[in-house]
Ligand binder design. Structure first.
Ligand SMILES: [Zn+2]
Length: 332
């Protein structure tokens, strides 16, 4: 597999002015926000669509003592918030194709993903996958979603399957993750941060290590576990075989536990989630995903930012993930 140059495809896309979204902010202004090309590549911006003046600061990174980071997205904070729903298990996402939020079979619908430009298309071990850009990215240097595509008689379709993995998907995931240098790749299952019930991976540009990569590990039985890290999880080497990774995922998935699979620059992590703590009372309606658990807490809410700190994040991550005996039993 050759290298997939997502950055170059992303920058072309940004250069054409395609990565932007327009919304009415809390003050009633029409705001245009997204990514534009600057001296050092793609950079975030948010302007008043009428006056063209900048309306907020660029995103801000706050480094915590335990190596965790908070990314505060000022542009996201301008958007009116949807009222949070409760804590605990969240409603199931519908599985039927007619309810697919990507509108994957509706070529005549302008909002369908079929009518969006894609960044790259690659053939890996089992299937062809397309990376589509996220046009409201929390990282201006690139956020993409990977979908399976099928070409028959010059016609491209995006088959609708639910957001769950099989062995072939894991094989493809590992190949894509390895090929996307400078980007990290992840899979969030249903009830673990997935926002669409249509099989997808995501990749995001990342130029530094996340906190989880510095965490110690302990080997018990055939698995390596995170140790002294707020979230419980499994650790695999970057060159883990698809078979070995699949054996763990299969057990978790068959037991109906949600999970996050994330391939970082140095290692691969698997977080098993407590479905009863899908959303916590301290973060109502908010479902954290793999990249958050790996050490990047992303916030668009200034009120939330005031009350989060190392302790709050650590407590939350411990409650959301399954470890100890329960995880041991699951993998046994
Ligand atoms: Zn679909």
């Amino acid at each position: 597999m050759e290298i997939i140059n997502l950055t170059s495809a992303w920058n072309d896309f940004v250069g054409k002015g395609f990565v932007k979204n327009i919304f009415t902010d809390k003050q009633g202004r029409k705001v245009e926000a997204g990514a534009r090309l600057g001296k050092n590549g793609a950079e975030p911006y948010a302007i008043d669509a009428d006056t063209k003046q900048d309306v907020c600061q660029p995103p801000q990174f706050i480094q915590l003592a335990n190596k965790m980071e908070i990314l505060f997205n000022h542009a996201g904070a301008l958007k009116p918030h949807t009222p949070p729903v409760g804590a605990g298990r969240q409603p199931d996402l519908p599985t039927s194709v007619t309810d697919c939020t990507l509108k994957c079979q509706e070529a005549n619908n302008p909002l369908s993903v079929l009518n969006r430009e894609f960044l790259v298309e690659v053939a890996v071990a089992n299937k062809r996958w397309r990376a589509y850009p996220n046009v409201a990215p929390w990282e201006a240097r690139g956020v993409a979603i990977w979908l399976v595509c099928v070409t028959e008689q010059n016609k491209v379709s995006l088959p609708h399957t639910t957001q769950a993995l099989n062995f072939e998907d894991v094989e493809d995931f590992l190949e894509i993750a390895k090929a996307c240098q400078g980007w990290i790749t992840f899979f969030n299952s249903l009830h673990a941060g997935a926002s669409a019930n249509h099989l997808h991976f995501q990749s995001v540009y990342l130029d530094h290590k996340l906190a989880v990569e510095s965490a110690p590990t302990v080997k018990m039985g055939e698995y390596n576990f995170l140790k002294d890290y707020p979230a419980s999880g499994l650790v695999f080497p970057k060159n883990v075989s698809a078979e070995e990774l699949w054996q763990a995922i299969k057990k978790i998935q068959n037991s109906s536990y949600p999970f996050n699979l994330i391939a970082l620059a140095s290692k691969i992590y698997l977080f098993v989630r407590n479905i009863q703590n899908e959303a916590l009372p301290e973060f109502p309606g908010r479902v954290f995903s793999g990249i958050n658990l790996a050490g990047l807490f992303i916030s668009t809410d200034p009120e939330e930012l005031k009350r989060v700190n190392e302790q709050v994040i650590s407590t939350a991550y411990a409650k959301m993930t399954v470890g100890g005996e329960e995880l041991g039993r699951l993998l046994g």
